[in-house]
Design a protein around this ligand. Structure first.
Ligand SMILES: NC(=O)C1=CN([C@@H]2O[C@H](COP(=O)(O)OP(=O)(O)OC[C@H]3O[C@@H](n4cnc5c(N)ncnc54)[C@H](OP(=O)(O)O)[C@@H]3O)[C@@H](O)[C@H]2O)[C@@H](O)CC1
Ligand SMILES: Nc1ncnc2c1ncn2[C@@H]1O[C@H](COP(=O)(O)OP(=O)(O)O)[C@@H](O)[C@H]1O
Ligand SMILES: [K+]
Length: 470
């Protein structure tokens, strides 16, 4: 997992280097890394670099400085370069370097639309508040008329908050973002993540001793059974799912758990016959378990309450989904609540917080954090972009999953995968529970089929391919 930081943390990491007089060196490293990406993308899209046209939008700060030094580099490679200064002033040394390399400087935006590549060097980590006029309207005019244009953002797309992922209505939609030194959390949080395109980080020698704001998870793993393991030591998962109205959820949860790999699945609920028919390895009825999944398919309240009490009293890790979410009155830090935005809204409402589903969808990290802090457990808000927060606000993020997961029963499958990992991994606190949850999301993405049943089936092969035998 890769650490993610806020803008302030990055600035704090830069401060001692700047104080030691290394500011120019840092900027040149950043600009060189940026220019290499521009060259690579020009080559990849147009098959040539020489003779292409690059336009950089240049703000008044160091973000613009990066763009100007990169233009100087590109001009020397035979790219026809123009700097559009958008803020009245620009980084002096960067401007001088660009002019010396033959870059044309203007305040007119006419050339932006026809550029082969636009470099967004307006705002980076120094941005604050809403985009000001006339910049905001100029950005909208350009982007409303741009079509499939290569656009490479310097450090962060202008208008995307690099710490929170919140987005200004006039924000730049980049195809690529070249960020410097440390990954910024806002580049991976919805909705900002959707404006960044492909993100890559150029190493400029920054390090931080701060606790990261979050982690990016990109690699799944599944623990295999050890030589000495038996079905009980490997982990038994209790599944309390399904009802007469929604029996299928019980099947999807149990099947995906079994296929992910677990010592045993014990099922309790109203769909035992159907579960047994579909997954004959499942054992029905109460017994000892090492983790619980409770809630998919709206099991009865009495059953849910009994499971929640047992999991709480025994400190068992648990995945709390759908119908069980509203029954949670106390929680352990190794629990993961998995609401979609609508369920998250109900959780908020029951706490007297007024928020719409749309507001949760546009700031899921904020609401996941708030709920996790309030409840004292991990909260995973499902959706096109899934966000996990620990109670202390540390985020756990994954790359975006395939949209074919937007189908009924998909969440039940995720709950089963996560439950199986909980039973075998036995997370003891919120950090390890969040890591398990992120791992489950990655496996879910990889297994995604066109139907939830197909996903639950293909998780067998996906988990096998990631299994590390111990
Ligand atoms: N420091 C280092 O070691 C390194 C830093 N690096 C680079 O520096 C970047 C940070 O540079 P930075 O601190 O100069 O801030 P930056 O993002 O250019 O913006 C400041 C300008 O924006 C303006 N402005 C602010 N908000 C605004 C708004 N809403 N709407 C309109 N304007 C607004 C603000 O105006 P003011 O508020 O002062 O009037 C000010 O003029 C960082 O992202 C990375 O790219 C790399 O080179 C590596 C080494
Ligand atoms: N557009 C999308 N792209 C990627 N993943 C998605 C998308 N829409 C939904 N998902 C994922 O599909 C699952 C849907 O879960 P949920 O809404 O609980 O469905 P159900 O209740 O029918 O099981 C979640 O894991 C969610 O993150
Ligand atoms: K930028």
């Amino acid at each position: 997992m890769q650490p993610l930081y806020t803008s302030q943390q990055v600035r704090d990491a830069e401060a001692p280097l700047l104080a030691a007089g290394q500011g120019k060196e840092l900027m040149l490293k950043a600009a060189t890394g940026l220019a290499h990406v521009v060259v690579r993308e020009l080559q990849s899209r147009y098959g040539r670099v020489y003779g292409t046209r690059a336009v950089a939008l240049v703000g008044s700060g160091n973000n613009g400085g990066d763009a100007l030094y990169a233009l100087a580099f590109l001009a020397r490679r035979g790219v026809s370069c123009q700097a559009v200064t958008v803020a009245g002033s620009a980084h002096e040394e960067g401007l001088a370097a660009a002019v010396a390399a033959g870059v044309c400087v203007t305040t007119e935006w006419d050339s932006v639309r026809d550029a082969d590549v636009v470099i967004d060097g307006i705002l980076g980590t120094g941005a604050s508040g809403a985009l000001r006029e006339p910049l905001a309207s100029q950005l909208s005019d350009w982007q409303n008329n741009a079509c499939d244009q290569l656009c490479i953002a310097v450090d962060t797309p202008t208008g995307v908050n690099a710490s929170t992922g919140e987005v200004d209505p006039h924000a730049v939609r980049a195809t690529h973002t070249v960020t410097f030194g440390m990954l910024k959390a806002g580049l991976f949080v919805h909705p900002g993540a959707g404006f960044c395109g492909h993100v890559e980080c150029v190493d400029i020698g920054l390090t931080s001793t701060d606790a990261p704001a979050g982690y990016l998870h990109t690699t799944a793993s599944v623990r295999g059974p050890g030589e000495q393991d038996h079905k009980y030591s490997r982990g038994v998962l209790g599944v309390a799912a399904g009802s007469q109205q929604y029996p299928g959820a019980a099947v999807l949860t149990s099947l995906s758990a079994q296929n992910t790999g677990v010592g045993m699945v014990r099922y309790v609920g109203d769909a035992a016959g159907l579960v047994m028919h579909s997954v004959p390895e499942v054992v029905t009825g109460w017994g000892r378990v090492q983790a619980w999944v409770v809630g998919p398919g709206a099991p009865e309240d009495e059953l849910v309450d009994e499971v929640l009490d047992q999991a709480y009293e025994k400190c068992l890790p648990a995945v709390i989904d759908a119908g069980a979410l509203a029954r949670v009155s106390r929680a352990r830090d190794n629990w993961v609540l998995t609401p979609h935005a609508g369920e998250a809204q109900s959780l908020c409402e029951s706490r007297g917080w007024t928020v719409t589903r749309e507001e949760i969808e546009s700031a899921p990290a904020h609401w996941a954090r708030r709920l996790a802090s309030e409840l004292g457990c991990c909260v995973l808000i499902k959706g096109a972009r899934t966000v996990i927060s620990e109670p202390d606000g540390t985020l756990h993020l994954t790359p975006v999953g395939p949209a074919r997961l937007a189908t009924a029963g998909s969440g039940d499958v995720l709950a089963g995968i996560m439950g199986a990992l909980m039973a075998t991994e036995q997370p003891a606190g919120s950090r390890s529970a969040a890591v398990v949850a992120a791992n489950a999301v990655l496996l879910h993405h990889e297994a995604a089929g066109n139907r939830a049943l197909e996903t639950a089936q293909s998780i067998l092969e996906v988990a096998r391919s990631h299994r590390e035998e111990s």
